[in-house]
Design a binder for this molecule. Structure first.
Ligand SMILES: CC(=O)Nc1ccn([C@@H]2O[C@H](CO)[C@@H](O)[C@H]2O)c(=O)n1
Length: 105
């Protein structure tokens, strides 16, 4: 599989990503093929509006049950909020992937 070159986020997370308060995203297997060291163009899911570029730093498997306050802090959420958000997006997936990134200019 080729390394993906784009990533989408819900627009409501844009400000947290641009300010550096949100430094990970948690995705299912279909979005786990990002390659550390690659740079992806990021846009909003709703309007496909480009808003930054991110360098992928790491992609690590995580089980839903193993999500912790550590992950929540990196999402700028409480653990309860994070679990609710993930269950809204991925109702049935227990195998998830933590994608760590940093903003590039
Ligand atoms: C737009 C799209 O295709 N998919 C997703 C999937 C997830 N997320 C966010 O990542 C974190 C963990 O899942 C939470 O902050 C989620 O809301 C997102 O913004 N967009």
């Amino acid at each position: 599989m080729n390394a993906p070159t784009t990533m989408t986020f819900f627009a409501r997370f844009e400000a947290d990503i641009l300010s550096g308060r949100k430094t990970i995203t948690i995705r299912d297997v279909s979005e786990s093929h990002y390659v550390p060291g690659s740079v992806v163009q990021v846009s909003t899911l709703e309007e496909d509006r480009d808003f930054c570029r991110l360098e992928i730093l790491a992609v690590e498997p995580i089980l839903f049950q193993d999500l912790s306050d550590f992950h929540a802090r990196q999402e700028n959420m409480t653990l309860a909020e994070l679990k609710t958000v993930i269950r809204e997006i991925y109702p049935d997936d227990d195998q998830l992937y933590v994608i760590t990134y940093r903003l590039v200019g």
